[in-house]
Design a binder for this molecule. Structure first.
Ligand SMILES: Cc1cc2nc3c(=O)[nH]c(=O)nc-3n(C[C@H](O)[C@H](O)[C@H](O)COP(=O)(O)O)c2cc1C
Length: 165
């Protein structure tokens, strides 16, 4: 799949087949996260890949809008050291992972981390060091159903030279 096609056709997936994801594919999509743009090349990220069903269920119980993590074969926990640009860096890595997963024929969904009251609880669940920030939880698996969220049109969001034109 070429990059433009992957970027344009990725959609959130919240229902997954009960089929495990090969380890080399998981490593490849995390590798795409590792290579994201990062302010001052700080690369503050750490990625915890959770495949254990009991731990995924615990994470899902805490994540109010991420209950489907209990049924996705993989949950990638994106954490960052508390640097000035950790949220931008962690978000860039997260988006890379979503697109890479899609390019591998997988479905994924970004589940909120940083702004959520459960961020600290989940950091502790995966034994991440104190001070590490939970940026995102990413559910990954082979898609059973793909959501179709409506998108704003290009002509509505693009402005040439000045806002409003
Ligand atoms: C910062 C952020 C937090 C999100 N949190 C959740 C979440 O907790 N649960 C969920 O189901 N989707 C979550 N999403 C996914 C969005 O709902 C989804 O990207 C949006 O509806 C657009 O749909 P699309 O991903 O199919 O383009 C989140 C996305 C972002 C960027």
């Amino acid at each position: 799949m070429d990059a433009i096609h992957a970027l344009k056709t990725r959609r959130s997936v919240r229902a997954y087949k009960a089929q495990s994801v090969p380890k080399d594919i998981i490593e490849d999509i995390v590798d795409c996260g590792r290579l994201a743009a990062t302010a001052r090349n700080e690369q503050p990220w750490e990625f915890v890949v959770v495949t254990d069903g009991a731990l995924r269920k615990k994470i899902a119980q805490s994540a109010d809008y991420g209950k489907f993590i209990a049924d996705s074969p993989v949950c990638i926990v994106v954490l960052c050291k508390d640097t000035k640009y950790y949220i931008e860096d962690g978000s860039a890595a997260t988006q890379n992972i979503l697109v890479a997963a899609h390019a591998h024929g997988l479905g994924s969904c970004w589940v909120a981390g940083d702004k959520k009251p459960y961020a600290e609880t989940i950091r502790r669940m995966v034994d991440a060091p104190e001070g590490c920030r939970l940026v995102a939880l990413i559910a990954v698996g082979y898609p059973e159903h793909v959501s179709q969220a409506p998108k704003r049109a290009l002509k509505e969001v693009i402005h040439w030279e000045r806002f409003g034109s």
